[in-house]
Structures are given as structure tokens and as C-alpha cells.
Design a binder for this molecule. Structure first.
Ligand SMILES: [Zn+2]
Length: 431
């Protein structure tokens, strides 16, 4: 296909790569960047060279005189021709393992029906749960793999993936095993961080008995998942009509005892106190935050919780956007993610997330880059190994088709990525 040596790059055996003549654009550090000043600060270096040895970055800095493409001295040499080289994007909130699409519901919403009325007629998460419980491991895995491939083409190198469409014991464990299987694929283009979201909804068999369902999760599921190391995080949909603040507290307190990192779907539909609970429990992230209170913002900042914002969901549900500008100006670390899921946001679009965050949440493009790289990594407790282009970190990067990184938002919803580099292995989009 096509011509030119770049179509035939295959350094997957060595994971050794030297990219030269790049315009390096990266946040720096091994923890979340907080507030406007830190989030706006990007390290930019022209004519930069980045060397990756066995998947780990071993040199970042001024050119060392490389001029030729090709494979020699055990390294692929790749001429970036002055284009922007950024850290790989970290999508720290997705729901990609499910069966059963809900295009019909999307249509009903377009015709004016509310999400609540669709839920009350048996739609919503319950519809996906029914389909997912009837699906096989291989169906679920193939579907998730397709989504991850599409995300990789947009520059994503790490994804957090939640369970939560099985709810019963066996299906939830199967979803986590699908995630584990994808992570064990040695040819994967995306690392996958597993989150157990059993408390995504109250399953039909526990209708009206949410406390009994929480007992089932804390008594049976958490110990099993912890023992088999099937998830790094535990999440809960803390929302009016789903799980109360008190039920969420009980669940997450148990999860913390088993060693899980904590996440919350917080204050998405109403100001319930999810942010305050995230702060109280020192969760790693509080996500959504469309209706976060002033007190919640103060407490999140004091507790060092990453505020993960998901503008695609607000866009698709025609909901008010989370106050991104206010959160950053209050000194918080903000991360951006897609929330890819079959109901409220069937989109893993990185370019559209960038555009919405800047246009409607008031982020600068520099803040959005930090939010989708280093702060996304911090929302997964991985800022020490991914999220920036620095010596010692994983060789996860993205090469844009431009020397002007503003194109990430200026080209609205269009993909500017020409290559994704995962653990030092280069995947050109035309290759
Ligand atoms: Zn979600």
C-alpha cells in the first residue's frame, strides 16, 4: 500500500526508536498539574530528539545530529520533519466493554423523549445489561478491541475501562477478564486500566433493595476481584435515584480496605455531594461534576482529587457543561476523558473532546493538552510512568500532522494524528 519506507516501519521486535527533528510539546512532571499556571506550562522544544530503548524513554533533548531515516545501530530512526510530538493521550474514563447498541434510544431522544422516561420504559443501562449478560467473552472482546483500535488512531495510548454492564457476579467477572485479556495482548496499541463499576446501576433482581446490592458487592465481589487482581479501581454511580452518598461511602470505604483506588461518578445530574464524598475519602478522581457545589470544589482541591471532565456526555445529552474554567482557576487538577459508552456518549472522539473543552468549558489548548495527558495519567495513579515525554517514562507518544499544536482544537472534530507510538513501537496511520 502506498509508497515510501514509512509504510514498512516495524520496530516491534526491539521497541527501540529514535524520533528526530520533532517539535516536542509536553507537560512535565510525575504528578498532576494544578491550576492555570501549571496546566498552561508546556515544555516546547524545536528540532528535538527522543530516544526510546526497550519501550522506555532514554533521551529527550536537542538534536544529536541525526539526519537519516532507517534502521541502524539497533534503532529505527524516524524523521518527524518538524511536526508536533506529544505524549500519548490518556483516556481515563470509558465504558467500552458491552453488547447491545442503543441507536433506537438515541433516536427517541432526538424526538424529544427524556433519558429518564426511556429508563422507566426498560431502556438505558438496563437494556445494555440484558444484552451484555447474553453475550460471549469473544463477542465482548472483539467489540471492545474495535473501539480501542479506533481510539488508538486518534492518539490514545492508555485507556481506563470500566465494567458495569453485567452487574451480576459472573458477567461482571467476565467483563473484567475481557479487559485483562486485552491488556495481556502483546500486540496491543493501548494499555488498559481496569475499574470495577458494579455499582453502575441497581440490577433488576435487587430492585428497591440498593442496600442489599451494596452488601453483595462488598461481601462477595470486592474480595474476589481483589484476590484475583482483576481491577485497579472501584467506581460508583453516586446519583439521585441510583446510589446515595451514604451507600457510596459504604461501598468505597470497603473498596479502600481491599486496596482499590477510588473513583466516583459525582454530581452529574444533581448537586448531591459526590464531590464532597470524593474529597472525604481521598478518591483519585471525581468525574463529571456538572453540578459540583462551591464547597465541593474547595474540598476537592484541599484533598488533591483530580477533577475529570467529560464534555462529550454533556454535549450529547444537551446538559450544561461542567465548570472547567472555574475548577482550574480554583487551583484544581483537571483531566479530560471521553466517557465512551453505549448510552449517553457513543463517542471516543479525542478531537471533539478537545474542541468542546476549549469552546464550551473555557480551557486553553495548553490546559486541554495537560488535561488529556499528564492529568489523565494522574487520574489513574500513573503520572510517574506515562503522561509526558521525559526520560524514564514509557515511550507512549503521538505525532501530529502539523507543527502547530493549536490544530488540535482549531480543526474541530478532525483527526490531526499521523502516528501513534506505543511503548516505543511506531504505528503510522498509513501503515
Ligand atoms: Zn461514566
Amino acid at each position: 500500500m502506498g509508497c515510501g519506507c514509512r509504510n514498512f516501519i516495524d520496530n516491534s521486535m526491539t521497541e527501540n526508536l529514535i524520533i528526530f527533528n520533532a517539535r516536542l510539546v509536553t507537560p512535565t512532571g510525575t504528578s498532576a498539574r494544578c491550576g492555570a499556571q501549571e496546566m498552561n506550562h508546556l515544555h516546547i522544544l524545536d528540532n528535538a530528539t527522543v530516544e526510546i530503548t526497550k519501550g522506555i524513554i532514554t533521551y529527550v533533548g536537542a538534536s544529536r545530529g541525526e539526519t537519516r531515516d532507517g534502521y541502524y545501530n539497533h534503532f529505527w530512526h524516524y524523521n518527524a520533519r518538524g511536526k508536533c510530538l506529544l505524549p500519548g493521550f490518556v483516556d481515563s474514563h470509558t465504558h467500552p466493554v458491552f453488547d447491545g447498541e442503543r441507536a433506537d434510544e438515541f433516536n427517541r431522544r432526538l424526538r424529544g423523549e427524556s433519558y429518564l422516561s426511556i429508563m422507566q420504559s426498560g431502556g438505558g443501562i438496563a437494556a445494555t445489561v440484558r444484552a451484555t449478560r447474553n453475550a460471549t467473552y469473544y463477542t465482548l472482546r472483539a467489540r471492545a478491541e474495535t473501539l480501542l483500535k479506533q481510539m488508538s488512531l486518534m492518539g490514545v495510548t492508555t485507556v481506563e475501562a470500566k465494567s458495569g454492564y453485567g452487574l451480576d457476579r459472573d458477567t461482571e467477572l467476565m467483563l473484567l477478564r475481557v479487559i485483562q485479556g486485552l491488556q495481556r495482548d502483546e500486540h496491543r496499541r493501548v494499555d488498559i486500566v481496569p475499574t470495577y463499576l458494579g455499582a453502575h446501576a441497581i440490577p433488576a433482581e435487587y430492585a428497591g433493595r440498593p442496600d442489599d446490592y451494596i452488601d453483595f458487592i462488598t461481601g462477595e465481589m470486592l474480595p474476589h476481584i481483589a484476590r484475583h487482581r482483576l481491577a485497579a479501581f472501584c467506581d460508583v454511580f453516586c446519583e439521585a435515584g441510583v446510589f446515595s452518598v451514604e451507600q457510596s461511602r459504604r461501598l468505597l470505604t470497603a473498596a479502600r480496605r481491599y486496596g482499590f483506588g477510588l473513583k466516583l461518578h459525582a454530581d452529574e445530574l444533581a448537586s448531591l455531594g459526590g464531590a464532597e464524598l470524593a474529597a472525604e475519602l481521598h478518591a483519585v478522581s471525581a468525574d463529571h461534576l456538572l453540578h459540583v457545589s462551591e464547597a465541593g470544589i474547595r474540598q476537592l482541591r484541599a484533598a488533591g482529587v483530580v477533577a475529570t471532565l467529560l464534555p462529550l456526555t454533556a454535549f450529547i445529552l444537551k446538559a450544561p457543561y461542567a465548570p472547567g474554567r472555574q475548577l482550574i482557576d480554583s487551583g484544581l487538577a483537571v483531566a479530560l476523558a471521553t466517557d465512551l459508552n453505549p448510552g449517553s456518549a457513543f463517542s471516543g472522539s479525542v478531537p471533539l473532546t478537545f474542541a468542546l473543552a476549549c469552546i464550551y468549558m473555557g480551557l486553553t489548548i495548553e490546559e486541554a493538552i495537560t488535561a488529556f495527558t499528564l492529568n489523565g495519567a494522574a487520574a489513574l495513579n500513573r503520572a510517574d510512568t506515562i503522561g509526558s515525554i521525559e526520560t524514564g517514562k514509557q515511550g507512549d507518544m503521538v505525532l501530529l500532522n502539523t507543527d502547530n499544536y493549536h490544530q488540535l482544537t482549531y480543526y474541530v472534530g478532525m483527526n490531526s494524528v499521523i502516528a501513534t507510538i506505543k511503548g516505543g513501537v511506531i504505528h503510522p496511520l498509513n501503515g
